[in-house]
Design a protein around this ligand. Structure first.
Ligand code: FE
Length: 195
């Protein structure tokens, strides 16, 4: 059974972090990355319905959103061949790979192709308007990949952009989420009693 206590602890730690340092993006990225490393290093907590792939495209499942929308936690599920359009975020974000392998192709603000790199299980990537916000992410392996993302807003509700690869023309989009319900982190009846 999925160890939801781990996800609950993570969102509690993230809540303390945004309370203390929500206005300090470098600190949110550094300390948020440390928390996310630990979360994706333990692959025992994600319920299977939030790791379910779909043939037509990658999936984006909301796992938790802070009540004040200061951060959100999302699972992304990619089958081989799935890739995003060129897109931005407009807020800080951290991407931790938990299963499989992803490829991240970075673009400059002027939409020049920059570095491309692979992100392996246990690694965490960063995005933000300050550290580089435009990229394409794809599954770089031969099996389904799952990554856990945390963003400095309710990312599914943020008005952001995709970019036409030929002309660079931006198009506004709001991604939403593929799931209608989120994991129930608050039913503790199945968990062992504290010692
Ligand atoms: Fe992205």
């Amino acid at each position: 059974m999925a160890n939801l206590a781990r996800l609950r602890q993570y969102v509690q730690d993230m809540t303390h972090l945004v309370e203390r340092h929500g206005g300090d993006e470098p600190r949110m990225l550094d300390e948020g990355a440390r928390l996310l490393y630990d979360l994706v290093a333990h692959d025992d907590w994600l319920p299977p319905e939030f790791a379910a792939p779909a043939k037509e495209s990658y999936r984006q499942y909301l796992l938790y959103c802070d009540p004040l929308e200061r951060f959100s936690v999302v699972s992304f599920v990619w089958m081989p061949g799935h890739r995003t359009p060129i897109h931005d975020h407009t807020v800080w974000g951290l991407v931790g790979v938990m299963r499989g392998m992803e490829r991240c192709e970075e673009y400059s603000p002027a939409l020049e192709k920059m570095n491309a790199h692979e992100v392996k299980p246990g690694e965490v990537d960063r995005v933000s308007p300050r550290v580089g916000d435009i990229h394409v992410v794809s599954n770089a392996g031969t099996r389904t990949a799952v990554s856990i993302h945390v963003y400095g807003a309710n990312i599914g509700a943020v008005r952001r952009h995709t970019f036409d690869p030929a002309t660079g023309a931006p198009k506004t989009f709001v991604s939403g989420y593929h799931n209608a319900t989120v994991p129930n982190l608050w039913d503790r009846s199945k968990e062992p009693a504290p010692a």
